[in-house]
Design a protein around this ligand. Sequence first.
Ligand code: HPA
Length: 272
Amino acid sequence: MPARTMKTIETIRQRAPHLQPRIAVVLGSGWGGLTDHLVDAIQIPYAELAGFPQTGVAGHSGSLWLGQLSAQRVAVLSGRQHGYESGAIDGMTEPLRVLKHLGCHTLVQTNAAGSLRADMPPQSLMLLSDHLNLPQRSPLVGSSGSERFVNMVDAYDPALRAHAHRVAHKQGASLFEGVYAWAFGPQFETPAEIRMLRLLGADAVGMSTVPETILARHLGLRVLALSFITNLGAGMSAEHLSHAHTLQQAQLGSAAASRLLADIVAEMDHPS
Ligand code: HPA
């Protein structure tokens, strides 16, 4: 293990000695309310953790939280690095490596996304069944060893997806499922690109998540991912797309999304 990683793990263990996390959660736009559900929470700014990204996007503050959701011990990454910030897509490599070594076996990711389906309107929640890596870029470029040839079949764990549907059903919450297309951004798509994505079989489009899924599978973590739909894709409605609009929509549905997420994580099993 690199010395920097060991030092970061030591820092976290000192700050939260009794909280060995088993599940890691990445919070995207609209999902920040999850931290309100945490019990005995400890917050450590990314700035105090070597190798953690300095995120600069409004609505994404960078902190690692450790705490419990019911009996579940969790680590919450509030804020992620996006490819569109600098072009680098490996910014979450060190945070995920640290959480794996701290004992996490599962990564739950969340994001905000545009819908490509007229029957999945803004405020919907969508479970990712699969993704399209449209930029065809990988955070594993430059790594060595045969493990870098990661198998991406069932990257979004089927058993965890079934679990998420059961929890949503119990809550009476509706939960869509579909394919997430990663668009590099930061510009929104053109209407022609949205038509192309629909033809390619995508159900939602967003600017994150895919690099972290690849990193997590490389580390052997199980992955579950959820999108908060903030808008219909460009050209599918008269709405004017902007980051402010994304954040405003995400804010509106934040409480319901966070409640579902909290229950999904709290009731999650542990792999044998
Ligand atoms: N496109 C890309 N990313 C997004 C969108 C969108 O329409 N909405 C929220 N994130």
